[in-house]
Ligand binder design. Structure first.
Ligand code: CA2
Length: 148
């Protein structure tokens, strides 16, 4: 079975409680439950994790190298714009990587326009709200190789 790891970075545990005008009114649990349902229909398995700690996100990326995870969908949140360490960890991961942002970071402050993670990502989705995660998973499923 194809395994996908979904990683959410710092402060995304607050989704649905603050700033709905930017990040929408769904909670992180809503997003994760939707992805699990979508995955099951395709015979895929999704594991979702959120952390406010850079090192914990890196440890999960390292673990994905060893447990046959096919792809990582990651919203690194503010670490997008600061973390060479997350970029380095993703560079050591051999599967596919899709970077997702709820908001259109390019319409926002200049410091959000640069992403270290985009240097590694196979695809980047921004500004579609929670649908961005669904689109990322759909793209991964659609590109599944027969007998992979
Ligand atoms: O648009 C995105 O998904 C971001 O990755 C979200 C990050 C931000 O730093 C990036 O530039 C773009 C911020 C996540 C904070 O999430 C909150 C959600 C609800 C309430 C407060 C923060």
């Amino acid at each position: 079975m194809n395994k996908v790891l979904v990683l959410h970075g710092p402060n995304l545990n607050l989704l649905g409680t603050r700033q709905p005008e930017i990040y929408g009114d769904e909670t992180l649990a809503d997003i994760d439950n939707g992805l699990r349902e979508q995955a099951v229909l395709a015979g895929w398995e999704v594991t979702c994790r959120q952390s406010n700690h850079e090192g914990e996100l890196i440890d999960w990326i390292h673990a994905a190298r060893l447990d046959a995870t096919a792809a990582i969908i990651i919203n690194p949140a503010a670490y997008t714009h600061t973390s060479v360490a997350i970029l380095d960890a993703l560079n050591a991961f051999e599967g596919r990587v899709i970077e997702v942002h709820l908001s259109n970071v390019h319409k926002r402050e200049a410091f959000r326009h640069h992403s270290y993670v985009s240097l590694r990502a196979d695809g980047v989705i921004a500004g579609l709200g929670s649908q961005g995660y669904q689109a990322a998973l759909s793209a991964l499923i659609a590109s599944e190789k027969p007998n992979a």
